[in-house]
Design a protein around this ligand. Structure first.
Ligand code: THU
Length: 164
């Protein structure tokens, strides 16, 4: 038997003023897009903004439903748009922000398990790492190099013996 170790390194910026201008602008766009969320049930508005390799920016927000499981997270809403409008275009950076209407919005959140799986598939499909900027409406920003860091031992097309 052999023990194996997984670890990853990420960067913490004290706030968005410590970011490169392009990253700060993308995060600002994600923060602004929280207004587009439809989150009457959770009162937790999430939004993201993706910078694509072709220079375009795409946004997404969570869209909830009275039938709760029907709701979709901001990250997967965004992936559906990117996949449809710019199929196979690499996502260079994805900024995620949220506004909680019932609590603080000053510490980063990170994508839920289902979104990690969806982001992992997009990363594999394009062969290009998705860099993440995670934050609230203010406060620290986590910078993560790739979805691989958030989903060790990911299940994927190769496990099915299928080419993606
Ligand atoms: N949510 C997202 O949109 N993205 C995340 O990364 C975490 C959670 C949404 C799902 C639901 O609409 C609300 O936030 C509360 O869980």
């Amino acid at each position: 038997m052999k023990k194996k170790k997984f670890q990853f390194t990420y960067t913490v910026a004290e706030d968005s003023s410590a970011l490169a201008a392009e990253d700060a602008a993308l995060l600002q766009q994600a923060r602004k897009t929280t207004r587009r969320a439809y989150a009457p049930y959770s009162r937790f508005s999430v939004a993201c903004a993706a910078k694509l390799a072709n220079g375009r920016t795409v946004v997404g927000s969570n869209q909830e439903n009275a039938s709760y499981p029907v709701g979709i997270c901001a990250e997967r809403a965004l992936l559906a748009t990117v996949g449809t409008q710019y199929s196979d275009e690499p996502i260079l950076t994805l900024a995620v922000a949220y506004h909680s209407h019932t609590g603080n919005s000053n510490r980063p959140i990170s994508p839920c398990g289902m979104c990690r799986q969806a982001l992992s598939e997009y990363e594999k499909r394009t062969g290009s790492p998705i860099r993440l900027l995670l934050s609230g409406m203010e406060g620290p920003v986590y910078i993560i190099d790739t979805i691989k860091d958030l989903l060790p031992l990911a299940f994927g097309n190769d496990d099915l013996g299928i080419r993606g």
